[in-house]
Structures are given as structure tokens and as C-alpha cells.
Design a protein around this ligand. Structure first.
Ligand SMILES: Nc1nc2c(ncn2[C@@H]2O[C@H](COP(=O)(O)OP(=O)(O)OP(=O)(O)O)[C@@H](O)[C@H]2O)c(=O)[nH]1
Ligand SMILES: [Mg+2]
Ligand SMILES: [Zn+2]
Length: 354
């Protein structure tokens, strides 16, 4: 095995030249634990920790290693242990807002080529959620693919129906229905997976991500768990993100089922962060008050009489605007981006004419 087989392509080789760390070798982060990591190179996979100066210079959570990252490492104890000295820039990455009141992000995985969105054909199928995944994946510059699992639990007609709903929503990524029980559709997935490329399984708990991975590995390497019968909800069995190299050469990152996507909960997080404004807005005259121009808006009145600082109000509006953009559907967002692109173009033309 060579580093190239683990995804270390020309782009990373160029970065290696630029970064010039002759004191280190290169390895890929394959798992993230609470405060240790697994890193893998041409010959082995070993436990690793962060160098002290790494901890010192990290400014945000996004600076810490995540699964899929390429790292500069130093090996110790006859290559049985490694210290991570630094990270390569990420060619692509997925992030989401961390649960809780702070508006902070968390990296899910880095340097993957394709994100496999997994929804089950029965309880879990949901177009809105699918669009939100697509927004996140689109932002990460990653190619999406949709896997509809548990096809054994619904009729062929209902599978066709689901796929046509996807198409009607103008979503054009590749879609495959599969069953981990009967094995139908698994060959199609195997054919898609290219050696040297990295794939990431994303989706709710209990949809069968790990079961699929075990099928592709060829044995029950990772733990799976039954779902609740009444609503098909999973039990959050997979607890850490881990990269597995398949015998056929593709790499698959399994992730814990997501309760919420960051961009779904941004507006809730904003309300939680600005409880004072939330409180005030209850006595606005209109229930759908945007607190910008309305008559009888208690938020505007509170600014007027000095109860609420203008600065806080501004940062509230700014975050709200951002979250509105995040909550646009994938399609709307693309449209908006294009519109904005055209706007810039025509503005540049006007400018040049002058
Ligand atoms: N009928 C049916 N059951 C499936 C299928 N795929 C997975 N299951 C079952 O669904 C349950 C959950 O599967 P997991 O693979 O643990 O789900 P997961 O997506 O990894 O869940 P988390 O690790 O919690 O995120 C297990 O009992 C599986 O046997 C399928 O295609 N058909
Ligand atoms: Mg799992
Ligand atoms: Zn108002």
C-alpha cells in the first residue's frame, strides 16, 4: 500500500512541498476519540496524540484533527505510537453546528470525495432533510449520492414513488435503493466505490449505515443495533467517526447518526442566544413581526427607550439573515447564488464601461 492508495493525491503532494516539514512523515487520521486519534500510513495504523504546540496554536474546534485529515506526524516507540504535529489544508470538509446554544461548528469529516446520504425507505425518508444534507454537502464541495435503505420493508411501487419525488424536487444526484437484508442493490453500491476515493456515510440513527459498511467489509466488523419498532428510530449505536479501508481499495467513513443538522437548528440557536429579544417579541403587535419596520414592535420600542442595545439588535439581525440563507432549500440557494453571480457580473461590466 502507498499513501496514494489512501487518497494522498497530487493536490496533497503539492501542499507537502509548500509546507516543507522534513522532520515529519505523513499519515491520515482514521478515527477520532475523546483525546486520542488513530493515524494510518503505508504500513500501519497506530494510536496518536496531539503535540503540545498544536494544542497551543489551535484557535477553534475546526483546527483540530477530524477523521479523513492528512497530518504531519512523528512516530515513536518503534513506530507504535505517533504525535500529530500539524495538519494539511483540507481539500473538502463537512461541518455542522454543534448542538447547544453557542453558534459553533464541528467538523464531521475531511477530504472525502463523495457523501453518501442514507435514508431508509420506510420511516426516515424525508425530502426536506435530504435538501438540508445537500446544502451542507454542497458547501463542502463534495459530490452527493443518495442511498435508500430497507427497500425490503416497502413495496417496489413505493420505492419508485420515493425516487420520483426526489426527481420532482429537482435533485439530480445518483439514487440507489438497497436492502441490507436481501442484498438487493448492494452490487450497485460496490460498483460505484472507486479505489483510492473516500466516501462518507451520513444520515439518521438506525437507517443502516453501519450494516451497509459491514456488508462492504464482508464481515460484522462494527456494532449495529435494532431500531424502535413503532417509529423506526435508531439507538445511536455508532459513537465515533471512523475511516475503514475496504479490500477493493475505496475508503468509507462511518459516522454516528445525526439528531439534527446544524443548519436546521440555527434559528432555534439564535432564539436561545437572544432570549431577551425573544422575550420582547412576545408583545409585538403582529405575531409574524420581523422587528424591522412594523408598527407596534416591542423590540424596536425597547431600542428606542434604551432597554435593548442597538449593537445587540444588529448582531441578532445579522445572524438571523445568515440562518435564513442556510435554511433556504438547496435549489433556492443555488438560484440565489446564480442570481448573485449574475449581479456581480453585470455590476463589473457597468464598472468597466465607466
Ligand atoms: N429491514 C431492514 N433492516 C435493516 C436494513 N439495514 C439495516 N437494518 C437494521 O436496522 C438496524 C440499525 O442498523 P445500523 O446499521 O445499526 O444503523 P446506523 O445507521 O449505523 O445507526 P447509528 O449507528 O445509530 O447511526 C439494525 O437492526 C439493522 O439490522 C435493511 O436494509 N432492511
Ligand atoms: Mg452505525
Ligand atoms: Zn417586533
Amino acid at each position: 500500500m502507498e499513501l496514494r492508495d489512501l487518497g494522498f493525491d497530487q493536490w496533497f503532494r503539492d501542499r507537502r512541498e509548500e509546507l516543507n516539514r522534513p522532520d515529519c512523515t505523513v499519515a491520515r487520521v482514521t478515527a477520532v476519540n475523546r483525546d486520542s486519534y488513530l493515524v494510518r500510513n503505508e504500513s500501519s495504523e497506530v494510536l496518536a496524540e496531539l503535540a503540545g504546540n498544536f494544542l497551543f496554536s489551535a484557535e477553534s474546534i475546526l483546527d483540530y484533527p477530524c477523521v479523513g485529515d492528512w497530518a504531519f506526524v512523528q512516530y515513536h516507540n518503534s513506530d507504535t505510537f505517533a504525535i500529530i504535529q500539524g495538519l494539511f489544508p483540507r481539500k473538502s470538509f463537512l461541518r455542522r453546528k454543534t448542538p447547544g446554544r453557542n453558534i459553533e461548528y464541528q467538523t464531521i469529516a475531511a477530504n472525502m470525495d463523495v457523501a453518501l446520504i442514507v435514508q431508509s425507505c420506510d420511516f426516515d425518508f424525508n425530502l426536506r432533510r435530504l435538501e438540508r444534507y445537500l446544502v451542507m454537502i454542497n458547501e463542502g464541495k463534495i459530490q452527493p449520492m443518495l442511498l435508500l435503505t430497507k427497500s425490503d420493508l416497502v413495496s417496489p411501487e413505493s420505492i419508485r414513488q420515493r425516487i420520483s419525488e426526489v426527481r420532482q424536487s429537482n435533485i439530480h444526484c445518483m439514487v440507489t435503493a438497497l436492502s441490507n437484508i436481501t442484498g438487493s442493490g448492494l452490487d450497485q453500491v460496490r460498483q460505484v466505490l472507486e479505489p483510492g476515493k473516500t466516501y462518507c456515510l451520513l444520515g439518521s440513527s438506525g437507517v443502516g449505515k453501519t450494516t451497509l459498511l459491514n456488508h462492504l467489509v464482508g464481515r460484522d466488523l462494527f456494532q449495529t443495533n435494532t431500531v424502535r419498532a413503532k417509529d423506526g428510530k435508531g439507538r445511536h449505536t455508532t459513537a465515533r467517526r471512523q475511516l475503514t479501508v475496504l479490500d477493493q481499495g475505496a475508503m468509507l467513513i462511518d459516522t454516528p447518526g445525526m439528531r439534527e443538522l446544524g443548519n436546521i437548528s440555527v434559528s432555534t440557536a439564535i432564539d436561545e442566544t437572544f432570549t431577551d429579544i425573544q422575550e420582547l417579541s412576545r408583545s409585538c403587535r403582529f405575531t409574524d413581526c420581523t422587528h424591522t419596520t412594523e408598527i407596534g414592535c416591542s423590540v424596536l420600542m425597547a431600542i428606542e427607550n434604551g432597554e435593548l442595545s442597538e449593537e445587540r439588535y444588529r448582531s441578532y439581525l445579522k445572524l438571523l439573515k445568515e440562518s435564513e440563507y442556510l435554511q433556504l432549500s438547496y435549489i433556492e440557494k443555488r438560484r440565489k447564488d446564480r442570481k448573485f453571480g449574475r449581479f456581480i457580473k453585470s455590476a463589473m461590466k457597468q464598472y468597466k464601461k465607466r
